[in-house]
Ligand binder design. Structure first.
Ligand code: ADP
Length: 464
Protein backbone atom coordinates (compact mmCIF):
# COMPACT_ATOMS: atom_id res chain seq x y z
CA UNK A 1 0.00 0.00 0.00
CA UNK A 2 1.57 3.30 -1.00
CA UNK A 3 1.92 6.05 1.58
CA UNK A 4 -0.03 8.52 -0.52
CA UNK A 5 -3.24 6.52 -0.50
CA UNK A 6 -3.52 5.90 3.20
CA UNK A 7 -5.56 8.99 3.99
CA UNK A 8 -8.23 7.91 1.54
CA UNK A 9 -8.76 4.72 3.55
CA UNK A 10 -10.54 6.53 6.40
CA UNK A 11 -14.07 5.27 6.99
CA UNK A 12 -16.80 6.15 9.45
CA UNK A 13 -19.14 3.18 8.96
CA UNK A 14 -18.16 -0.46 9.42
CA UNK A 15 -20.21 -3.39 8.16
CA UNK A 16 -19.63 -6.62 10.05
CA UNK A 17 -20.13 -9.56 7.68
CA UNK A 18 -20.73 -12.15 10.36
CA UNK A 19 -23.08 -13.22 13.16
CA UNK A 20 -22.97 -14.53 16.73
CA UNK A 21 -20.37 -13.66 19.32
CA UNK A 22 -17.74 -12.39 16.88
CA UNK A 23 -20.12 -9.91 15.24
CA UNK A 24 -21.03 -8.54 18.69
CA UNK A 25 -17.38 -8.43 19.75
CA UNK A 26 -16.23 -6.55 16.64
CA UNK A 27 -19.08 -4.04 16.93
CA UNK A 28 -18.19 -3.37 20.57
CA UNK A 29 -14.76 -2.04 19.57
CA UNK A 30 -16.11 -0.32 16.46
CA UNK A 31 -18.51 1.67 18.67
CA UNK A 32 -15.75 2.44 21.15
CA UNK A 33 -13.62 4.02 18.41
CA UNK A 34 -16.60 6.03 17.15
CA UNK A 35 -17.64 4.07 14.08
CA UNK A 36 -21.24 3.56 12.98
CA UNK A 37 -22.01 -0.17 12.80
CA UNK A 38 -23.97 -2.13 10.21
CA UNK A 39 -25.04 -5.72 10.80
CA UNK A 40 -26.14 -8.20 8.16
CA UNK A 41 -28.45 -11.11 8.81
CA UNK A 42 -30.22 -14.13 7.40
CA UNK A 43 -33.91 -14.84 7.99
CA UNK A 44 -32.96 -17.14 10.88
CA UNK A 45 -31.18 -14.22 12.57
CA UNK A 46 -33.69 -11.39 11.97
CA UNK A 47 -33.91 -10.79 15.71
CA UNK A 48 -30.43 -11.95 16.73
CA UNK A 49 -28.30 -10.11 19.26
CA UNK A 50 -25.85 -8.76 16.66
CA UNK A 51 -28.78 -7.26 14.76
CA UNK A 52 -30.21 -5.65 17.91
CA UNK A 53 -26.86 -4.11 18.80
CA UNK A 54 -26.02 -2.59 15.41
CA UNK A 55 -26.92 0.95 14.33
CA UNK A 56 -28.36 -0.46 11.12
CA UNK A 57 -29.11 -3.98 9.93
CA UNK A 58 -29.54 -5.32 6.42
CA UNK A 59 -31.09 -8.62 5.38
CA UNK A 60 -28.92 -10.84 3.18
CA UNK A 61 -31.25 -13.73 2.40
CA UNK A 62 -32.62 -17.07 3.63
CA UNK A 63 -31.20 -19.02 6.58
CA UNK A 64 -28.77 -21.20 4.61
CA UNK A 65 -25.30 -19.62 4.89
CA UNK A 66 -24.70 -20.18 1.19
CA UNK A 67 -27.67 -17.91 0.44
CA UNK A 68 -26.81 -15.28 3.04
CA UNK A 69 -23.53 -14.94 4.98
CA UNK A 70 -21.53 -16.59 2.19
CA UNK A 71 -23.11 -14.61 -0.64
CA UNK A 72 -20.49 -12.16 -1.89
CA UNK A 73 -22.82 -9.99 -4.02
CA UNK A 74 -25.38 -9.65 -1.22
CA UNK A 75 -22.74 -8.52 1.28
CA UNK A 76 -21.17 -6.04 -1.15
CA UNK A 77 -24.63 -4.67 -1.97
CA UNK A 78 -25.41 -4.27 1.75
CA UNK A 79 -22.22 -2.24 2.17
CA UNK A 80 -23.18 -0.01 -0.75
CA UNK A 81 -26.70 0.55 0.53
CA UNK A 82 -25.60 1.38 4.04
CA UNK A 83 -22.69 3.59 2.99
CA UNK A 84 -20.18 1.38 4.81
CA UNK A 85 -16.62 2.28 3.90
CA UNK A 86 -15.20 -0.94 5.32
CA UNK A 87 -16.12 -4.56 6.05
CA UNK A 88 -14.89 -6.68 8.93
CA UNK A 89 -15.37 -10.37 8.05
CA UNK A 90 -14.94 -11.91 11.54
CA UNK A 91 -13.83 -15.53 11.23
CA UNK A 92 -15.31 -18.30 9.07
CA UNK A 93 -17.79 -17.34 6.32
CA UNK A 94 -16.04 -14.95 3.86
CA UNK A 95 -13.02 -14.15 6.03
CA UNK A 96 -10.53 -16.14 3.94
CA UNK A 97 -12.20 -15.80 0.57
CA UNK A 98 -9.89 -14.14 -1.96
CA UNK A 99 -12.68 -13.52 -4.48
CA UNK A 100 -14.60 -11.58 -1.82
CA UNK A 101 -11.56 -9.38 -1.11
CA UNK A 102 -11.16 -8.72 -4.84
CA UNK A 103 -14.84 -7.77 -5.14
CA UNK A 104 -14.39 -5.28 -2.30
CA UNK A 105 -11.26 -3.83 -3.91
CA UNK A 106 -13.25 -3.26 -7.08
CA UNK A 107 -16.11 -1.66 -5.19
CA UNK A 108 -13.69 0.66 -3.34
CA UNK A 109 -14.60 -0.82 0.05
CA UNK A 110 -11.85 -1.43 2.62
CA UNK A 111 -11.43 -5.07 3.69
CA UNK A 112 -10.38 -5.30 7.33
CA UNK A 113 -7.88 -8.06 6.67
CA UNK A 114 -4.96 -9.03 4.44
CA UNK A 115 -4.67 -8.51 0.67
CA UNK A 116 -6.19 -11.22 -1.56
CA UNK A 117 -2.68 -12.26 -2.63
CA UNK A 118 -1.71 -13.12 0.97
CA UNK A 119 -4.87 -15.20 1.42
CA UNK A 120 -4.09 -17.05 -1.82
CA UNK A 121 -0.47 -17.67 -0.76
CA UNK A 122 -1.64 -19.55 2.35
CA UNK A 123 -4.74 -21.17 0.82
CA UNK A 124 -2.87 -24.10 -0.68
CA UNK A 125 -0.87 -26.15 1.84
CA UNK A 126 1.80 -27.34 -0.62
CA UNK A 127 2.42 -23.90 -2.10
CA UNK A 128 2.44 -22.35 1.38
CA UNK A 129 5.07 -24.82 2.55
CA UNK A 130 7.36 -23.95 -0.38
CA UNK A 131 7.07 -20.25 0.46
CA UNK A 132 7.76 -20.92 4.13
CA UNK A 133 10.84 -22.98 3.31
CA UNK A 134 12.13 -19.94 1.34
CA UNK A 135 11.54 -17.71 4.35
CA UNK A 136 13.53 -20.02 6.62
CA UNK A 137 10.50 -21.13 8.62
CA UNK A 138 10.96 -24.72 9.89
CA UNK A 139 8.70 -27.35 8.28
CA UNK A 140 7.70 -30.83 9.44
CA UNK A 141 9.97 -33.27 7.53
CA UNK A 142 7.97 -34.35 4.53
CA UNK A 143 7.13 -34.08 0.83
CA UNK A 144 5.12 -31.26 -0.77
CA UNK A 145 6.13 -31.56 -4.41
CA UNK A 146 4.06 -31.38 -7.61
CA UNK A 147 4.82 -34.94 -8.74
CA UNK A 148 1.90 -37.03 -7.52
CA UNK A 149 2.82 -40.41 -8.95
CA UNK A 150 1.76 -43.29 -6.63
CA UNK A 151 5.17 -44.97 -6.56
CA UNK A 152 6.97 -41.69 -5.93
CA UNK A 153 4.66 -40.77 -3.04
CA UNK A 154 5.16 -44.21 -1.53
CA UNK A 155 8.96 -43.88 -1.84
CA UNK A 156 8.79 -40.46 -0.16
CA UNK A 157 6.72 -41.88 2.70
CA UNK A 158 9.23 -44.71 3.17
CA UNK A 159 12.03 -42.15 3.23
CA UNK A 160 10.27 -39.98 5.86
CA UNK A 161 9.62 -43.04 8.02
CA UNK A 162 6.30 -44.20 9.50
CA UNK A 163 3.98 -43.09 10.93
CA UNK A 164 3.32 -40.45 8.27
CA UNK A 165 0.38 -38.12 7.79
CA UNK A 166 -1.24 -37.77 4.38
CA UNK A 167 -2.83 -34.34 3.89
CA UNK A 168 -4.85 -32.87 1.04
CA UNK A 169 -2.98 -29.85 -0.36
CA UNK A 170 -6.27 -28.04 -0.78
CA UNK A 171 -7.56 -29.30 2.57
CA UNK A 172 -8.93 -27.65 5.67
CA UNK A 173 -11.07 -28.45 8.66
CA UNK A 174 -9.30 -31.77 9.16
CA UNK A 175 -10.73 -33.20 5.91
CA UNK A 176 -8.63 -35.34 3.56
CA UNK A 177 -6.16 -36.20 6.30
CA UNK A 178 -5.06 -39.70 7.34
CA UNK A 179 -2.36 -41.22 9.51
CA UNK A 180 -0.49 -44.12 7.90
CA UNK A 181 1.07 -46.37 10.54
CA UNK A 182 3.10 -48.63 8.26
CA UNK A 183 4.14 -49.09 4.62
CA UNK A 184 1.56 -51.83 4.08
CA UNK A 185 -1.33 -49.41 4.61
CA UNK A 186 0.00 -46.61 2.40
CA UNK A 187 -1.78 -47.29 -0.90
CA UNK A 188 -5.21 -47.77 0.67
CA UNK A 189 -4.83 -44.57 2.71
CA UNK A 190 -3.67 -42.65 -0.37
CA UNK A 191 -6.71 -43.82 -2.37
CA UNK A 192 -9.06 -42.91 0.49
CA UNK A 193 -7.54 -39.47 1.00
CA UNK A 194 -7.68 -38.68 -2.72
CA UNK A 195 -11.34 -39.63 -2.88
CA UNK A 196 -12.16 -37.52 0.15
CA UNK A 197 -10.18 -34.56 -1.09
CA UNK A 198 -11.72 -34.76 -4.57
CA UNK A 199 -15.20 -34.78 -3.07
CA UNK A 200 -14.55 -31.94 -0.61
CA UNK A 201 -12.20 -29.66 -2.56
CA UNK A 202 -12.26 -30.86 -6.19
CA UNK A 203 -8.52 -31.46 -5.98
CA UNK A 204 -6.51 -34.64 -5.39
CA UNK A 205 -3.01 -33.36 -4.64
CA UNK A 206 -1.49 -34.75 -1.47
CA UNK A 207 1.38 -33.86 0.74
CA UNK A 208 3.09 -36.13 3.22
CA UNK A 209 4.40 -35.22 6.65
CA UNK A 210 6.15 -37.04 9.42
CA UNK A 211 3.41 -37.77 11.95
CA UNK A 212 4.42 -36.37 15.33
CA UNK A 213 2.98 -38.58 18.04
CA UNK A 214 2.77 -36.13 20.95
CA UNK A 215 2.94 -32.58 19.61
CA UNK A 216 1.46 -29.47 21.16
CA UNK A 217 -0.44 -26.97 19.05
CA UNK A 218 1.21 -23.63 19.71
CA UNK A 219 0.26 -20.66 17.54
CA UNK A 220 1.72 -17.18 17.30
CA UNK A 221 -0.37 -14.03 16.92
CA UNK A 222 1.21 -11.71 14.38
CA UNK A 223 0.31 -8.23 13.19
CA UNK A 224 1.60 -6.30 10.18
CA UNK A 225 0.78 -2.83 8.92
CA UNK A 226 0.90 -1.50 5.38
CA UNK A 227 4.20 0.32 6.06
CA UNK A 228 6.34 -2.80 6.36
CA UNK A 229 6.20 -3.19 10.16
CA UNK A 230 5.46 -6.55 11.77
CA UNK A 231 5.30 -7.75 15.39
CA UNK A 232 4.25 -10.88 17.27
CA UNK A 233 1.92 -10.75 20.26
CA UNK A 234 3.27 -13.97 21.74
CA UNK A 235 1.70 -17.40 21.61
CA UNK A 236 -1.36 -19.44 22.55
CA UNK A 237 -1.48 -23.12 23.41
CA UNK A 238 -4.50 -24.77 21.77
CA UNK A 239 -3.56 -28.40 22.31
CA UNK A 240 -6.87 -29.37 23.91
CA UNK A 241 -8.86 -30.34 20.81
CA UNK A 242 -11.71 -32.67 20.00
CA UNK A 243 -11.59 -33.92 16.40
CA UNK A 244 -9.18 -31.08 15.54
CA UNK A 245 -11.62 -28.55 17.04
CA UNK A 246 -10.16 -26.38 19.79
CA UNK A 247 -11.99 -26.53 23.12
CA UNK A 248 -9.76 -24.83 25.71
CA UNK A 249 -7.03 -22.33 24.87
CA UNK A 250 -4.50 -20.49 26.94
CA UNK A 251 -1.82 -17.81 26.74
CA UNK A 252 1.05 -17.80 27.24
CA UNK A 253 1.88 -21.44 26.38
CA UNK A 254 3.11 -23.16 29.56
CA UNK A 255 6.80 -24.00 29.81
CA UNK A 256 8.06 -21.75 26.99
CA UNK A 257 11.55 -20.42 27.51
CA UNK A 258 12.19 -16.81 26.52
CA UNK A 259 14.51 -18.06 23.80
CA UNK A 260 11.94 -20.39 22.23
CA UNK A 261 9.26 -17.71 22.47
CA UNK A 262 11.43 -15.28 20.56
CA UNK A 263 12.48 -17.90 17.98
CA UNK A 264 8.86 -18.87 17.25
CA UNK A 265 7.71 -15.26 17.27
CA UNK A 266 10.38 -14.18 14.82
CA UNK A 267 9.71 -17.17 12.54
CA UNK A 268 6.02 -16.21 12.52
CA UNK A 269 6.78 -12.60 11.56
CA UNK A 270 9.11 -13.85 8.78
CA UNK A 271 6.27 -16.07 7.53
CA UNK A 272 3.89 -13.09 7.42
CA UNK A 273 6.38 -10.78 5.72
CA UNK A 274 7.24 -13.43 3.11
CA UNK A 275 3.68 -13.20 1.76
CA UNK A 276 3.22 -9.42 2.11
CA UNK A 277 0.81 -9.82 4.99
CA UNK A 278 -1.23 -6.93 6.43
CA UNK A 279 -3.41 -7.09 9.53
CA UNK A 280 -3.99 -9.77 12.18
CA UNK A 281 -2.82 -13.29 11.40
CA UNK A 282 -1.97 -16.49 13.21
CA UNK A 283 0.90 -18.78 12.39
CA UNK A 284 0.20 -22.29 13.69
CA UNK A 285 3.07 -24.52 14.74
CA UNK A 286 3.41 -28.03 16.08
CA UNK A 287 5.75 -28.04 19.07
CA UNK A 288 7.45 -31.39 19.59
CA UNK A 289 8.43 -32.75 23.00
CA UNK A 290 12.10 -32.01 22.33
CA UNK A 291 11.33 -28.29 21.82
CA UNK A 292 11.58 -28.31 18.02
CA UNK A 293 8.74 -26.54 16.24
CA UNK A 294 7.31 -26.79 12.75
CA UNK A 295 5.09 -24.57 10.60
CA UNK A 296 1.62 -26.02 10.06
CA UNK A 297 -0.43 -23.25 8.48
CA UNK A 298 -1.26 -19.59 8.67
CA UNK A 299 -4.79 -18.41 9.36
CA UNK A 300 -5.29 -15.14 7.57
CA UNK A 301 -7.94 -13.69 9.91
CA UNK A 302 -8.76 -12.93 13.51
CA UNK A 303 -8.98 -16.20 15.46
CA UNK A 304 -11.78 -17.35 17.76
CA UNK A 305 -9.26 -17.49 20.60
CA UNK A 306 -7.80 -13.97 20.15
CA UNK A 307 -9.14 -12.77 23.56
CA UNK A 308 -6.54 -14.75 25.55
CA UNK A 309 -3.88 -12.70 23.76
CA UNK A 310 -5.79 -9.51 24.55
CA UNK A 311 -5.91 -10.50 28.21
CA UNK A 312 -2.15 -11.03 28.60
CA UNK A 313 -1.05 -8.07 26.46
CA UNK A 314 -3.72 -5.55 27.45
CA UNK A 315 -4.30 -4.75 23.76
CA UNK A 316 -7.55 -4.69 21.77
CA UNK A 317 -6.78 -6.65 18.60
CA UNK A 318 -9.90 -5.47 16.79
CA UNK A 319 -8.83 -1.88 17.42
CA UNK A 320 -5.42 -2.74 15.95
CA UNK A 321 -7.17 -4.26 12.92
CA UNK A 322 -9.27 -1.15 12.36
CA UNK A 323 -6.27 1.17 12.69
CA UNK A 324 -4.20 -0.89 10.27
CA UNK A 325 -7.13 -1.00 7.83
CA UNK A 326 -7.25 2.80 7.95
CA UNK A 327 -3.61 2.88 6.88
CA UNK A 328 -2.15 3.69 10.29
CA UNK A 329 1.07 2.25 11.65
CA UNK A 330 1.06 -0.51 14.28
CA UNK A 331 0.26 1.03 17.68
CA UNK A 332 3.27 -0.60 19.39
CA UNK A 333 6.73 -1.90 18.50
CA UNK A 334 7.96 -5.36 19.52
CA UNK A 335 9.90 -4.13 22.56
CA UNK A 336 6.82 -2.29 23.85
CA UNK A 337 4.80 -5.51 24.07
CA UNK A 338 4.86 -7.55 27.28
CA UNK A 339 3.05 -10.49 28.86
CA UNK A 340 1.16 -9.93 32.12
CA UNK A 341 -0.29 -12.96 33.91
CA UNK A 342 -2.09 -15.87 32.31
CA UNK A 343 -5.36 -16.32 30.44
CA UNK A 344 -7.73 -19.16 29.51
CA UNK A 345 -10.63 -19.37 27.09
CA UNK A 346 -13.33 -22.05 27.21
CA UNK A 347 -15.70 -22.45 24.27
CA UNK A 348 -19.30 -22.95 25.28
CA UNK A 349 -21.13 -24.99 22.63
CA UNK A 350 -24.79 -25.84 22.28
CA UNK A 351 -24.08 -29.56 22.03
CA UNK A 352 -24.64 -32.69 24.05
CA UNK A 353 -21.47 -34.45 25.25
CA UNK A 354 -23.69 -37.37 26.36
CA UNK A 355 -24.85 -37.87 22.76
CA UNK A 356 -21.55 -37.76 20.92
CA UNK A 357 -21.60 -33.94 20.96
CA UNK A 358 -24.72 -33.71 18.84
CA UNK A 359 -25.57 -30.01 18.26
CA UNK A 360 -28.47 -28.88 20.46
CA UNK A 361 -31.22 -26.38 19.65
CA UNK A 362 -33.99 -24.62 21.56
CA UNK A 363 -34.75 -21.37 23.33
CA UNK A 364 -32.44 -20.03 26.00
CA UNK A 365 -34.81 -19.50 28.93
CA UNK A 366 -31.84 -18.21 30.87
CA UNK A 367 -28.36 -17.14 29.86
CA UNK A 368 -26.52 -15.31 32.62
CA UNK A 369 -23.43 -15.22 34.77
CA UNK A 370 -23.56 -13.89 38.32
CA UNK A 371 -20.05 -12.52 38.81
CA UNK A 372 -20.78 -10.76 42.06
CA UNK A 373 -22.50 -13.76 43.61
CA UNK A 374 -19.48 -15.89 42.73
CA UNK A 375 -17.09 -13.29 44.13
CA UNK A 376 -15.42 -12.83 40.73
CA UNK A 377 -13.61 -9.67 39.64
CA UNK A 378 -15.26 -8.33 36.44
CA UNK A 379 -11.84 -7.11 35.26
CA UNK A 380 -10.67 -10.73 35.22
CA UNK A 381 -13.66 -12.42 33.59
CA UNK A 382 -15.04 -11.77 30.12
CA UNK A 383 -17.99 -13.47 28.48
CA UNK A 384 -18.05 -12.94 24.70
CA UNK A 385 -21.44 -14.11 23.58
CA UNK A 386 -23.80 -13.78 20.67
CA UNK A 387 -26.91 -14.61 22.67
CA UNK A 388 -29.01 -13.41 25.60
CA UNK A 389 -31.87 -14.82 27.65
CA UNK A 390 -34.84 -15.44 25.37
CA UNK A 391 -32.82 -16.06 22.21
CA UNK A 392 -33.40 -19.07 20.00
CA UNK A 393 -30.52 -21.38 19.05
CA UNK A 394 -31.08 -22.83 15.58
CA UNK A 395 -29.31 -25.61 13.73
CA UNK A 396 -28.25 -23.45 10.82
CA UNK A 397 -24.83 -22.30 12.05
CA UNK A 398 -21.86 -23.16 14.20
CA UNK A 399 -23.14 -24.24 17.65
CA UNK A 400 -20.72 -22.05 19.62
CA UNK A 401 -22.80 -19.85 21.96
CA UNK A 402 -20.12 -17.96 23.82
CA UNK A 403 -16.54 -17.87 24.99
CA UNK A 404 -15.59 -17.55 28.62
CA UNK A 405 -12.25 -15.81 29.03
CA UNK A 406 -10.43 -15.30 32.31
CA UNK A 407 -7.23 -13.71 33.52
CA UNK A 408 -5.05 -14.47 36.54
CA UNK A 409 -1.67 -13.40 37.91
CA UNK A 410 -0.39 -16.86 37.07
CA UNK A 411 -1.69 -20.09 35.51
CA UNK A 412 -2.95 -21.60 38.76
CA UNK A 413 -4.90 -18.48 39.68
CA UNK A 414 -6.35 -18.15 36.18
CA UNK A 415 -7.43 -21.81 36.22
CA UNK A 416 -9.13 -21.38 39.60
CA UNK A 417 -10.98 -18.35 38.20
CA UNK A 418 -11.98 -20.31 35.10
CA UNK A 419 -13.53 -23.00 37.26
CA UNK A 420 -15.43 -20.52 39.40
CA UNK A 421 -16.66 -18.67 36.33
CA UNK A 422 -17.81 -21.90 34.66
CA UNK A 423 -19.77 -22.72 37.80
CA UNK A 424 -21.31 -19.23 37.82
CA UNK A 425 -22.59 -19.60 34.27
CA UNK A 426 -26.34 -20.20 34.28
CA UNK A 427 -27.63 -21.55 30.97
CA UNK A 428 -31.10 -23.05 30.73
CA UNK A 429 -33.29 -24.23 27.89
CA UNK A 430 -30.49 -25.51 25.65
CA UNK A 431 -28.05 -28.35 26.38
CA UNK A 432 -24.41 -27.23 26.48
CA UNK A 433 -20.95 -28.70 26.96
CA UNK A 434 -20.45 -26.81 30.25
CA UNK A 435 -20.02 -29.93 32.42
CA UNK A 436 -17.48 -31.27 29.93
CA UNK A 437 -15.54 -27.99 30.11
CA UNK A 438 -15.60 -28.26 33.91
CA UNK A 439 -14.21 -31.79 33.78
CA UNK A 440 -11.43 -30.59 31.46
CA UNK A 441 -10.58 -27.53 33.54
CA UNK A 442 -10.40 -29.54 36.78
CA UNK A 443 -8.50 -32.45 35.27
CA UNK A 444 -5.24 -33.18 37.17
CA UNK A 445 -3.31 -33.70 33.91
CA UNK A 446 -4.49 -30.35 32.56
CA UNK A 447 -3.57 -28.68 35.83
CA UNK A 448 -0.13 -30.30 35.55
CA UNK A 449 0.30 -28.94 31.96
CA UNK A 450 0.53 -32.41 30.44
CA UNK A 451 -0.58 -31.03 27.11
CA UNK A 452 -0.61 -32.50 23.64
CA UNK A 453 -3.08 -32.59 20.78
CA UNK A 454 -4.38 -35.99 21.88
CA UNK A 455 -5.18 -34.85 25.42
CA UNK A 456 -8.92 -35.54 25.20
CA UNK A 457 -8.43 -38.91 23.49
CA UNK A 458 -5.86 -39.95 26.12
CA UNK A 459 -8.05 -39.06 29.07
CA UNK A 460 -11.32 -40.34 27.66
CA UNK A 461 -12.24 -42.46 30.70
CA UNK A 462 -11.96 -39.58 33.13
CA UNK A 463 -13.54 -36.95 30.86
CA UNK A 464 -16.72 -38.71 29.78
P1 ADP B 1 -6.64 -28.45 8.71
O1 ADP B 1 -6.25 -27.31 7.81
O2 ADP B 1 -7.48 -29.47 8.01
O3 ADP B 1 -7.19 -28.02 10.03
P2 ADP B 1 -3.96 -28.78 9.79
O4 ADP B 1 -2.80 -28.98 8.90
O5 ADP B 1 -4.12 -27.43 10.39
O6 ADP B 1 -5.29 -29.24 9.02
O7 ADP B 1 -3.91 -29.84 10.99
C1 ADP B 1 -4.98 -29.99 11.89
C2 ADP B 1 -4.52 -30.69 13.16
O8 ADP B 1 -3.96 -31.98 12.85
C3 ADP B 1 -3.45 -29.97 13.95
O9 ADP B 1 -3.97 -29.02 14.85
C4 ADP B 1 -2.75 -31.11 14.68
O10 ADP B 1 -3.49 -31.46 15.84
C5 ADP B 1 -2.84 -32.27 13.69
N1 ADP B 1 -1.63 -32.38 12.84
C6 ADP B 1 -1.37 -31.73 11.68
N2 ADP B 1 -0.17 -32.09 11.17
C7 ADP B 1 0.36 -33.00 12.01
C8 ADP B 1 1.59 -33.77 12.03
N3 ADP B 1 2.52 -33.66 11.06
N4 ADP B 1 1.79 -34.60 13.08
C9 ADP B 1 0.87 -34.74 14.06
N5 ADP B 1 -0.30 -34.05 14.09
C10 ADP B 1 -0.56 -33.20 13.09
Amino acid sequence: MSQTTHNTKRFDTLLVANRGEIACRVMRTARAVGLRTVAVYSDADANARHVREADEAIRLGPAAARESYLKVEAVVEAARRSGAGAIHPGYGFLSENGAFVEALDQAGIVFVGPPASAIAAMGDKSAAKSRMANAGVPLVPGYHGDDQDDALLKAEADKIGYPVLLKASAGGGGKGMRVVEAAAGFQAALDGCRRESQAAFGDQRMLIEKYLTQPRHVEVQVFCDSHGNGVYLFERDCSVQRRHQKVLEEAPAPGMSEGLRREMGEAAVRAAKEIGYVGAGTVEFLLDIDGSFFFMEMNTRLQVEHPVTEMITGQDLVEWQLRVAMGERLPLAQDELTITGHSFEARLYAEDPEQDFLPATGTLTRFAMDLEGAGLDPARVRLDSGVETGDAVSMHYDPMLAKLIVHGDDRAQALATLNRALAALDVQGVVTNRAFLQRLATHPAFKACELDTRFIEKHEETLF
